[in-house]
Design a protein around this ligand. Structure first.
Ligand code: ADP
Length: 399
């Protein structure tokens, strides 16, 4: 079975074609600047075919999907003989609200429900719907599955997902913590249990997804019981450019003082804050580590704040679960930044965590970076959201 995984943004579309017999990625690519002019980078990974990397006209997502299918099936760049070899399509959908606690086969009713979640994710869900409709237009009745970023977090208890604001905002308008990166937290926690050789139902795991956007998730006996992102992905840890947790009173103060409206304020909190805002140097941890090593104090502070926040949230989840067996680092920073991993782990002395420096310096593989006598195990597990989407799609269309 071959599954096409689609992650559609407002002007971009990422894809992977995965052969489910071997779980090998046959080809991957990215359409960019959809609706502006258009660019496609297509990379075949089997059969020794050429990479395609050129500007092409992409007025809408339909042309983008058509271009992807054309490349996947072409003599020069292709990895399958025809579109008929693609058995199903799995779509990443950002927000499933309280309606979706699992992945689901897409039909008209599901599309309507995804659209009803648009007020919660006004930029993302419409783009995901556009991607689904574009696939329908080009690929006809190939079965399609939606995999939600929020679904894994639907097991949180009310005490974790409620905000202490008047209850009617929740009851009438769905104001609550939803959480994001669920597909990633689900993947790495399952993989962690496999690496530990124990059923996930016997473990307490804290997974730290640290990328451009970052979130932490407490997974008790296989179920999410708390996570650091909330109603939106803006809260929790300070991120590349997002502010993380903030006293709402700060917003009123800044807006009045600098004469900003709420959209300007949120733009600053989304795009100009986080480690970028603190350092004034970059949102990229590579740049911050470099600048900090060269004596830049604000870059050093940004890194210290990030590490402190990770340690603080992990500590709160140890309390929430009354213990922890394993801590996972994943995503761009978690998988690559060994200095950051080491600095965060130093906060976990009270848990009996000991880091093996040699293991911590390895990259690109699932690895335990704690010493054998470390009371709590620490892992680096490269995330693979596309594989989760492909597996869910296979399981649902095979039923
Ligand atoms: P996204 O949240 O957009 O999916 P990623 O998970 O790919 O992002 O993470 C991207 C971030 O990972 C970069 O901004 C950078 O800060 C960090 N990163 C990538 N490689 C390294 C590295 N070698 N050292 C430190 N940080 C890195």
């Amino acid at each position: 079975m071959k599954i096409l995984v689609i992650n559609a943004g407002s002007s971009s579309l990422k894809y992977q074609l995965i052969d489910m017999e071997t779980e090998q990625v046959m080809a991957k690519g990215l359409c960019e600047r959809i609706g502006i002019d258009g660019h496609l980078k297509h990379t075949p990974l089997v059969g020794g075919k050429s990479v395609f990397n050129e500007d092409i006209s992409l007025p809408t997502h339909s042309e983008a999907i058509a271009a992807v299918i054309e490349k996947l099936t072409s003599a020069e760049y292709g990895v399958v003989a025809s579109m008929k070899e693609i058995d199903a399509v799995g779509h990443r959908v950002v927000h499933g609200g309280e309606k979706f606690a699992d992945s689901v086969l897409i039909d008209d009713e599901v599309l309507k429900a995804i659209d009803e979640c648009t007020p919660f994710a006004p930029l993302h869900n419409p783009a995901n719907i556009t991607g689904i409709n574009a696939c329908k237009a080009v690929m006809g009745d190939v079965p399609m599955v939606a995999v939600f970023d929020t679904a894994f977090h639907q097991t949180m208890p009310a005490k974790a997902y409620m905000y202490a604001v008047p209850y009617d905002y929740y009851k009438n308008s769905g104001v609550r913590r939803y959480g994001f990166h669920g597909t990633s937290h689900r993947y790495v926690s399952k993989r962690c249990a496999e690496l530990m050789g124990k059923p996930i139902e016997e473990l307490k795991i804290i997974s730290c997804h640290m990328g451009n956007g970052s979130s932490i998730c407490a997974i008790d006996h296989g179920k999410c019981v708390d996570t650091s992102m909330g109603f939106t992905p803006l809260v929790g840890l300070p991120m590349g450019t997002r502010c993380g947790d903030l006293d709402p009173g700060v917003m009123q103060y800044i807006m009045k003082k600098y004469d900003l409206d709420i959209d300007q304020m949120l733009n600053i909190l989304n795009k100009k804050s986080g480690v970028q805002g603190i350092s004034g140097v970059s949102s990229d941890f590579r740049d911050l580590e470099g600048a900090s090593a060269n004596g830049d104090k604000r870059s050093e502070l940004a890194l210290e704040m990030f590490n402190y926040w990770v340690a603080k949230v992990v500590g709160s989840y140890v309390a929430a679960m009354n213990g922890v067996d394993a801590i996972i680092y994943t995503a761009g920073v978690g998988e690559n930044a060994k200095t950051t991993r080491k600095a965060i782990s130093e906060y976990f002395g009270y848990l009996g965590v000991k880091i093996d420096d040699e293991a911590n310096s390895k990259r690109g593989e699932d690895i335990m970076i704690s010493t054998p006598d470390s009371k709590v195990k620490v892992f680096v597990i490269p995330t693979n959201e596309e594989l989760v989407i492909a597996r869910d799609t296979r399981d649902i269309v095979s039923k």
